[in-house]
Ligand binder design. Structure first.
Ligand code: PLP
Length: 372
């Protein structure tokens, strides 16, 4: 089945009890045990499993071409479970420009728990190769990266990881399974913040880890999910599953709109640089074109005149909302350096935008007046 069909039907059986086309939400925290001690429907307690979470996990496994998924209460909880599944003394290689929350988790939570981490330019396979140590167990990558939209060659990094007996994990939040299929490109695990495009409407938080093989490492992630309890709630799982039904069509429109806005910005005299992998002049365009089906709805640009000029543009927009996050139907604009804090390497004149589903000409007109 093609991905549009999977998005509508995977994890969406007609409810056998009532014939309901939209799935019911099962809020029950506990399930009846039979006199013989068994649970014939397979459910016993909400932290262990729940029909809505099962449905979401089934759907995500199919969309990402994986075999199993663990759905979490946030993208960060999903990310944490991957690092928690490692052992003290293990070494991780991560991108210098990883999502700032992921870098903070590594630096502030996991280094004190005795993981060691080397941050590298993940777009440079030689640098990644040189960072390998005998105890390297995992390489984490994000492509496109946040907020510079750098492109990493998933297949090359996965090869380096596998030669070192390490796992390759790809945060696929920005591209989504519609834009890119990391497991088919060699990655072992995919992580999502479902808070973004998968939910798609800025009204639900969640995360997921999808695996290519159900091995000991994934079983540990599953154990962390079930025993730690940072699970996707039934309603949150239901909302994400609903969002996914329209994901393929939303991603096409996000990508089309983003390319139009990026092209407009690339010709504007007040813009110093535009970062969007769909532009031919983007340094990662060729790799992006070879591993992405769509270039996505995220882009960033640098305004001539420094931080003040960037703030002035963000202050003048009328359709874009000044807010963090991404992946909803509404366009958002954000001065990223000030959100990331004093240690950030993000240029002070950079604005990151999440291009929504408004008409692209309205977005362009809004930017024209804001740049005046
Ligand atoms: C690429 C990426 N990964 C992970 C996360 C964390 O997800 P959450 O906010 O759902 O915890 C984010 C959040 O912005 C993100 O952009």
């Amino acid at each position: 089945m093609r991905i549009e069909t999977l998005a509508v039907h995977a994890g969406h059986p007609i409810d056998p009890a009532t014939g309901a086309v939209a799935p019911p939400i099962y809020l029950s925290t506990t399930f009846e045990r039979q006199a013989d001690g068994s649970y014939p429907q397979g459910y016993n307690y909400i932290r262990d499993n729940n029909p809505n979470r099962d449905a979401l996990e089934k759907c995500l496994s199919e969309l990402e071409a994986g075999v199993a998924t663990a759905a979490f209460s946030s993208g960060s909880a999903a990310t944490m479970s991957v690092f928690q599944a490692l052992l003290p003394g293990n070494h991780v290689i991560a991108p210098l420009d990883a999502y700032s929350g992921t870098s903070s988790l590594l630096r502030e939570i996991f280094v004190p728990w005795n993981l060691s981490v080397t941050f590298v330019d993940m777009t440079n396979p030689k640098e990644v190769q040189q960072a390998i140590q005998p105890n390297t167990r995992l390489i984490w990558l994000e492509t496109p990266s946040n907020p510079m939209l750098k492109i990493t060659d998933i297949g090359k990094i996965a090869d380096i990881a596998h030669q070192a007996n390490a796992l390759c994990v790809c945060d696929n939040t920005w591209a989504t399974p519609i834009g890119q299929s990391p497991l088919n490109n060699g990655a072992d695990l995919v992580v999502h913040s479902t808070t973004k495009y998968l939910g798609g409407h800025s009204d639900v938080m969640g995360g997921a880890v999808i695996t290519k093989v159900e091995d000991d490492f994934f079983n540990t992630i599953r154990k962390i999910q079930k025993t730690g309890g940072a699970i996707a709630s039934p309603f949150d799982a239901w909302l994400v599953l609903r969002g996914i039904q329209t994901l393929p069509y939303r991603m096409r429109a996000h990508s089309e709109n983003a390319l139009k806005v990026a092209t407009f910005l690339s010709h504007h005299s007040k813009i110093e640089a535009v970062h969007y992998p769909g532009l031919q002049q983007h340094p990662g365009h060729e790799i992006a074109a070879s591993q992405m089906h769509l270039f996505g709805g995220m882009l960033s640009f640098q305004v001539k005149g420094g931080k003040e000029a960037a703030f002035a543009v963000a202050a003048k927009v009328k359709i874009f909302t000044r807010a963090t996050s991404l992946g909803g139907v509404e366009s958002l604009i954000e001065h990223r350096a000030s959100i990331e804090g004093p240690k950030t390497k993000t240029p002070e004149n950079l604005l990151r935008v999440s291009i929504g589903l408004e008409h692209p000409d309205d977005l362009i007109e809004d930017l024209i007046q804001a740049l005046e």
